[in-house]
Design a protein around this ligand. Sequence first.
Ligand SMILES: [Zn+2]
Length: 432
Amino acid sequence: MKSQERNMNRVIALLSAVVVMVTATLPVAGQQPLVALKCGRLIDGIANSAQKDVVILIRGERIFNLGSGLAIPVDATVVDLSDHTVLPGLIDTHTHICLTPDNPDGNPVLYKSIPFRTIEGTRGARLNLEAGFTTLRDIDSEGANFADVAIRDAITQGLIVGPRLQVSTMAISITGGHMNLTGLAPHIDVPQTAAIADSPAEKIAEVRRQIKYGTDWIKIYTTGTIRHIDPDTHEPLSQMSLEEVKMIVDESARWRIPVAAHAYGGQGATNAILGGVRSIEHGFFLTDEQLHMMLRNGTFWSPTLSVYFPENEEKAKDPLRQKIVKSHKRVFQKAMKLGVKIAFGTDVGAFEHGTGALEFKTMVDYGMTPMQAIKSATMVAAELMQLQDDLGSLEVGKYADIVAVKGNPLTNIEALQQVAFVMKGGVVYKHN
Ligand SMILES: [Zn+2]
């Protein structure tokens, strides 16, 4: 480079530094207030180690600047988190805000009105936000129809407090399949926990209906539930053919809507993966071959490990439950080793809202480093939800979705169960 050019470059660099300093220090009329977070330890969602003494400057709902030893402008409101670990807002990619754990038969549609379940959903949303989950992929309303859409929109409009939501309304199932209530006399017709769609035409119509009324995701049950698992072969019931999955994925893609598949394993999981779904939910019986298929297709996996732990001694003795838990661990370790994209997911709603962070401990117990588990609930989860340009890490320009905990989750992952500070879009929702 000629010396003249070099000098010119130096001048430009100097001038830009001055411009940055001026914009950072001089308040401009009508400009949104500036907030400075002093972070003792920072996990930014990108680096593989924590950084010390970083300052994050937030203007409005986004991160304006951040860096180690950054000068704090005089007009900034300072939030001192210097004895905390600061992280990107956590993301749970498998939740059910409209579900509560008080339905022993798993069918709230028979006992609760949808208005009541909507109110329960607002509570669930808030509790998860207060626990540090600033974004949820709520992966079906469990029979509460479009209550999740209403809650999402009410949060967006500031009517109620809650995380950023992507919702999936009613999961699509088949007659006699998952979330289709059995045991009643044939002449009794009751509302169902899933949208039942048997023929290809019914499936397409249901996809369009859900998209019309505001869903962000299509969720399909490509396998049945636990009661459908073959007692001899342990093959889950396959509920959709490859052609049907492809058809649903193609139709959804026309409207730019991704598809998630509840799939334990077996043919139903293969059909989901090869049919092009964006994520497999649960997957405790996935084979190595299916994990390789997921790698090739870029399919995400939301494992929801802890929800399958037996809830009492009787369940603990059940051989099928034992097999599920053991297999889940094996699949998790294999998926990690192969590099399958594992997005943090809990199934919260099946257990108490606000306790989803328990899943981190299981992931670490099963062999993830705490940093891997945190990235699974930040960058990887954001990528699954196609929000990686706005969320998932603490970088300039991204939303100021930020949480803080006492202690160091890199040495004690359980620290994430006690979130002390929650900011979403620059607004503080919790500060103990
Ligand atoms: Zn679920």
